[in-house]
Write a protein that binds this ligand. Structure first.
Ligand code: SAM
Length: 329
C-alpha cells in the first residue's frame, strides 16, 4: 500500500481527461472559455492508461475520470473501457455535468461503473442558464433520470454561491425525499480560471447546514465512510441523503487518500498544490516503469500536510489562477 509522509494511505486517483467543457459556469471559467490545451499538450489515451496501470500496480484502488467535461473528449468510452479492465482496480467512477451523458449510461453500467457524480447547482432552468451560460438543464435532468433508471448511485454536486443559488439549497434537499440520490453541497473554492480575486467564503459548511435546518430541524448525522470528504446527513423518511463538503475550509485533509493528474499530465498530491511533476513528459522521454514508480513514491513522500500548507507554498510562487477544469474537479 502507498503511504504518504503523514501516514495517510493513497488509494484514489482523479484523472482529468480534458480541460474543455461545454458549460461556462461563471465560478469555474470565463465566458470565452480557457486557453485550451492543444492536442499535443494533452495526454493521449495510451499515456493515461499507462500511468493508471502503473499506479494501480502501486496500490491505487479507485480511479475517477473527470475534467473539463469527460464526454467532450472524443472516444471517451474507449479509455473508460480500458481503465475498467485494469487488473487490481476496485472501482472506476466519473464526474460529469450531464449535458451529453444520458445516451452513454447503459454502456457505463455495462463496463461496471456503479456511481456517478453529477454536477447540478440549481433545479431552476433559468438559474441554470445564468450560472452555466448554456441552455442545457433538460439534458442534465435526463442524465440523472437515465442513471437512476439503470440503478446507478447518483451523487449530485452543487456548489453553493452567495447571491446566486442559495435559494436552491432547500429544493435540492427536497429532491432526496423521493429519489435515492445523495445531494452534496460544496463550498466555493478560489479556482475560477481567470485569477480574479476571491473575496472570501460567504457560505461555509456550518452556514449551509444551518440553512438546511431551517426547514429540516430533524436532520440526522450519518456515519461518514472512511476518507469521505463530505459530512453526511439524512432527513428521516427521505430516500436519499445530504452531504456537505468543506472544500474551502479543508476539514478533511487529515484523511486525504487522493491524488490528481491534470489533462497535461501534472501530478498533484493536493488539490491546492501547483503540480509537482509531469508524468506525460516522463512517459514521452521513455521512462521505464520501475523508475516511474520510484519517482512517484518519492513524490508521495513529500505531500503537504493539508490544503493550507499547499496553498501557502504555491501562493509564495504564483498565487491561484487555475480553473477547476484544468485541475480535475
Ligand atoms: N465537467 C464535470 C462536471 O461538471 O462535473 C467535471 C469537472 S468540474 C470542474 C468538477 C466539479 O468542480 C463540478 O462539480 C464543479 O461545480 C466544481 N467546481 C468548479 N469550480 C469550482 C469552484 N470554484 N469551487 C467549487 N467547486 C467548483
Amino acid at each position: 500500500m502507498l503511504i504518504d509522509n503523514h501516514g495517510r494511505p493513497i488509494t484514489y486517483l482523479r484523472l482529468a481527461v480534458t480541460d474543455k467543457c461545454n458549460l461556462r459556469c461563471f465560478y469555474c471559467m470565463p465566458e470565452e472559455g480557457l486557453d485550451w490545451l492543444s492536442r499535443a499538450e494533452l495526454m493521449s489515451y495510451e499515456e493515461m492508461l499507462h500511468v493508471c496501470r502503473v499506479m494501480v500496480n502501486m496500490g491505487i484502488e479507485k480511479i475517477r475520470i473527470t475534467g473539463g467535461e469527460p464526454f467532450v473528449r472524443k472516444d471517451i468510452m474507449q479509455l473508460l473501457t480500458a481503465i475498467a479492465g485494469l487488473d487490481g482496480l476496485k472501482e472506476l467512477s466519473l464526474t460529469t455535468n450531464g449535458v451529453l451523458t444520458a445516451p452513454y449510461v447503459p454502456e457505463l453500467k455495462k463496463i461496471g461503473i456503479r456511481s456517478v457524480n453529477l454536477s447540478l447547482d440549481t433545479l431552476d432552468a433559468n438559474r441554470f442558464f445564468t450560472i452555466t451560460r448554456r441552455d442545457e438543464f433538460a439534458n442534465v435532468i435526463a442524465a440523472m433520470e437515465a442513471m437512476l433508471h439503470h440503478d446507478m448511485e447518483v451523487k449530485i454536486n452543487a456548489v453553493v454561491m452567495d447571491g446566486k443559488n442559495t435559494q436552491d439549497i432547500l429544493p435540492l434537499v427536497e429532491l432526496t425525499k423521493d429519489l435515492p440520490v445523495s445531494v452534496r453541497f460544496i463550498e466555493e473554492m478560489p479556482f475560477n480560471g481567470d485569477g480574479h480575486v476571491y473575496d472570501g467564503l460567504h457560505w461555509d459548511y456550518v452556514r449551509i447546514l444551518d440553512e438546511i435546518k431551517t426547514k429540516y430541524p430533524q436532520i440526522k448525522k450519518l456515519d461518514d465512510p472512511a476518507n469521505s470528504t463530505a459530512y453526511n446527513y439524512q432527513i428521516p423518511g427521505h430516500k436519499g441523503s445530504v452531504g456537505i463538503i468543506a472544500a474551502y475550509s479543508r476539514t478533511f485533509c487529515g484523511t486525504c487518500n487522493r491524488i490528481r493528474i491534470t489533462p497535461q499530465g501534472q501530478l498533484k498530491t493536493c488539490l491546492y498544490d501547483d503540480g509537482i511533476l509531469n508524468v506525460r513528459d516522463l512517459l514521452r522521454e521513455g521512462i521505464e516503469d520501475d523508475r516511474l514508480r520510484n519517482i512517484l513514491q518519492e513524490a508521495f513522500k513529500h505531500r503537504p500536510k493539508d490544503g493550507w500548507e499547499a496553498e501557502r507554498t504555491r501562493a509564495a510562487q504564483t498565487g491561484i489562477h487555475e480553473s477547476m477544469a484544468t485541475i480535475g474537479g
